[in-house]
Design a protein around this ligand. Structure first.
Ligand code: BG6
Length: 486
């Protein structure tokens, strides 16, 4: 691939996302020769850092995050690309003086790609774009990347989309969901649409249910300010889990291009059966971690600010029984689950097939296709096999497995590497279109409203445990169980 030549301007450029994800990803891209020599990375923040301060900070905090193949020569080259400009987004009409410095740094060159990456809270997206335009920085070759969550409900998402849309054309707007950049997620499309054997059985005749789980061991220390306002539903389900659901459930697109794939995903979101009122009690679970072995509860996590009312109400775990109401999926539950401080860090999609129609052997269990997103990316098809030996036939489920690391023997690139290079190359296929984001909120809003009006706190679960009991009942009452519980 030809190296990308662009100025990448990161608002929130010294924040957590930048330090943990964006800069390590950009370093790897640099090492792989995918950044042109002139490409600059310009961090904007309110802090009064100089270029050298920023380089020192990145050297101290980021270098340890890129141990594989860390090359001192590349590292020096990478640091030299970094600039810092203090910029604040104000609402009082006057442009912050930093915009002038940024304009001077960028120069008047309209022939060069310019990318604004907004790694900042969603309420800053509109003001940032307006002020960037006032400062004369928005050119036809500019693009803007919006981090999730895009708003906190449908109304605020629409407002942000309107505000950003007043400055940038839809084709210039890249709404990022980093799950779409994960190798296994892209491989799901290949698995479904480049192989013939799955498609005939990929429907309610053969599939009993689907589980989509993203479990994390981490808690939320130091993130209370954000997390109190978000919670697991906004932070993970509205975007990552629903996107995974779309890729499992969508119809085969006619082409592998930007609009065809997003059109099919949108149809899935529009087919989700709404969940509200008493159904939200039956089909959704919300939990919050309490103290567990050696770990504080959510309310006692170390943080700059003490817990507020919102802290008591926010969910750090959620499980939902969703349904896609269309011909292919009628009656097939899609169980979604995500949470913090669970026993393992695992993201996976489990497609559970129906049992054989008539069994001639004792024992046996239905086939399962497990797509592992992390750790150890791969695909396992669990099939029934006979245990070797004379006498009674004994069945055992055994996995037919594909491990990406073993099969391809290369480092699996981080999702952000792929997505940043897609933005630089102008390819929006793996980004969310406005209508997709809004359709996802349209389904989330009634669940949020029911939870808000319930007035009861989320169900506690000890940190390090497998989540609140109701999450198990959600499947248990129809004789099903979450994948790891067997
Ligand atoms: C982010 C959420 O979008 O995804 C975090 O804000 C979460 O709360 C993270 O920890 C998980 O991403 P990954 O790639 O580590 O599964």
């Amino acid at each position: 691939a030809t190296p990308h030549d662009a100025d990448l301007v990161v608002f929130g450029g010294t924040g957590d996302l930048s330090m943990r994800k964006l800069l390590p990803a950009l370093y790897h891209c640099d090492r792989d020769g995918r950044l042109a020599p002139q490409t600059r990375i310009i961090a904007l923040s309110r802090g009064g850092l100089t270029d050298d301060d920023l380089r020192g900070k990145v050297d101290a905090e980021v270098r340890s995050a890129v141990p594989e193949g860390d090359d001192p020569e590349v590292w020096r080259r990478f640091l030299a690309r970094l600039r810092h400009v203090p910029v604040d987004v104000r609402d009082d009409g006057d442009l912050h003086e930093g915009w002038r410095d940024l304009a001077a740094l960028l120069g008047g060159n309209e022939d060069r790609d310019r990318i604004f990456y907004l790694a900042s809270p969603p309420m800053t997206f509109g003001p940032f774009c307006r002020q960037a335009q006032q400062a004369g920085l928005v050119t036809p070759r500019s693009r803007v990347v919006l981090e999730k969550p895009l708003g906190r409900d449908l109304a605020s998402a629409r407002q942000i989309n309107d505000e950003v849309g007043a400055i940038f054309a839809e084709s210039q707007i890249y709404r990022i969901d980093h799950y779409l950049g994960k190798e296994t997620v892209q491989n799901l499309l290949v698995l479904r649409f480049a192989n013939a054997f799955l498609e005939p059985i990929w429907n309610s005749l053969w599939i009993d249910h689907v589980q989509i789980s993203v479990t994390e061991t981490v808690g939320t220390p130091g993130r209370r300010g954000y997390y109190d306002q978000a919670g697991a539903l906004r932070d993970m389900v509205q975007n990552h889990l629903l996107q995974l659901l779309c890729l499992v459930a969508m119809e085969p697109p006619a082409r592998n291009d930007r609009e065809s794939i997003r059109d099919e995903k949108l149809k899935v979101l529009q087919s989700l059966r709404p969940i509200s009122g008493s159904e939200a009690d039956r089909f959704t679970v919300r939990g919050q971690y309490a103290e567990g072995p050696g770990m504080p509860g959510y309310l006692d996590e170390p943080d700059r600010s003490p817990p507020t009312d919102a802290s008591y109400r926010v969910e750090t775990f959620t499980a939902i029984r969703a349904e896609v109401k269309n011909w292919r999926w009628a009656g097939v539950p899609f169980y979604l689950r995500t949470g913090k401080r669970l026993p393992s860090r695992r993201s996976e999609i489990v497609v559970q097939f129906k049992d054989v129609p008539h069994s001639i052997f004792p024992g046996g269990s239905p086939n399962r296709l497990v797509l592992r997103l992390q750790p150890s990316e791969g695909i396992d098809l669990h099939i029934m096999a006979k245990e070797p030996g004379a006498g009674e036939v004994t069945l055992r489920p055994v996995p037919l497995g594909l491990s990406f690391a073993r099969t391809f023997g290369t480092r699996v690139p981080d999702a952000y590497e792929r997505l940043l290079m897609d933005v630089m190359g102008g390819n929006p296929t793996l980004f969310m279109r406005r209508d997709e984001v809004e359709a996802a909120w349209r389904w989330i809003d009634p669940i949020l409203a029911t939870w808000d009006s319930a007035g009861t706190p989320p169900e506690p679960y000890p940190a390090g445990s497998a989540g609140p009991p109701s999450a198990h009942e959600l499947l248990g009452r129809s004789g099903r169980a979450w994948h790891e519980e067997e």
